[in-house]
Design a protein around this ligand. Structure first.
Ligand SMILES: [Zn+2]
Length: 126
């Protein structure tokens, strides 16, 4: 990111970077069109992040479900990653004794440096 040092009293539009020559001192945009463009972009970014996280959670859920169905409760992180699992996406996290316990909807599991283990399906609230 690039920061420009602005002389005091001069404001620039957050969208186009043009100097704002009139209006209130806290104005952020040079015109309504720039304001709309900026907000639309921010909304689009938020939607893209939402979509990406949901896709990650769904993929993890699918993998955990497949493991659970084949009675696998422990798997090496390398194998898990190669299946497309993304450990950074979970629906909850807590520390249980010395373990890092994660949830992906009704699946509960521990993750260590090397393994996902103690995979269980639970039916209590998240
Ligand atoms: Zn502008």
């Amino acid at each position: 990111m690039e920061y420009k040092i602005k002389p005091p009293g001069r404001l620039t539009c957050l969208e186009c970077g043009n100097e704002i020559t009139y209006g209130r001192m806290d104005k952020k945009f040079c015109c309504d069109s720039c304001k709309n463009k900026y907000h639309n972009k921010q909304q689009k970014d938020a939607r893209n992040i939402h979509r990406k996280v949901m896709r990650g959670l769904e993929k993890n859920y699918e993998i955990l479900n497949r493991l659970h169905r084949t009675n696998i409760t422990s798997i090496g992180i390398g194998d898990l990653l190669s299946m497309g699992f993304r450990p950074e996406y979970s629906t909850s996290y807590r520390k249980v004794n010395s373990h890092d316990e994660f949830r992906c909807f009704e699946f509960k599991y521990y993750i260590s440096q090397t393994r996902l283990f103690n995979l269980q399906k639970v039916f209590t609230a998240i």
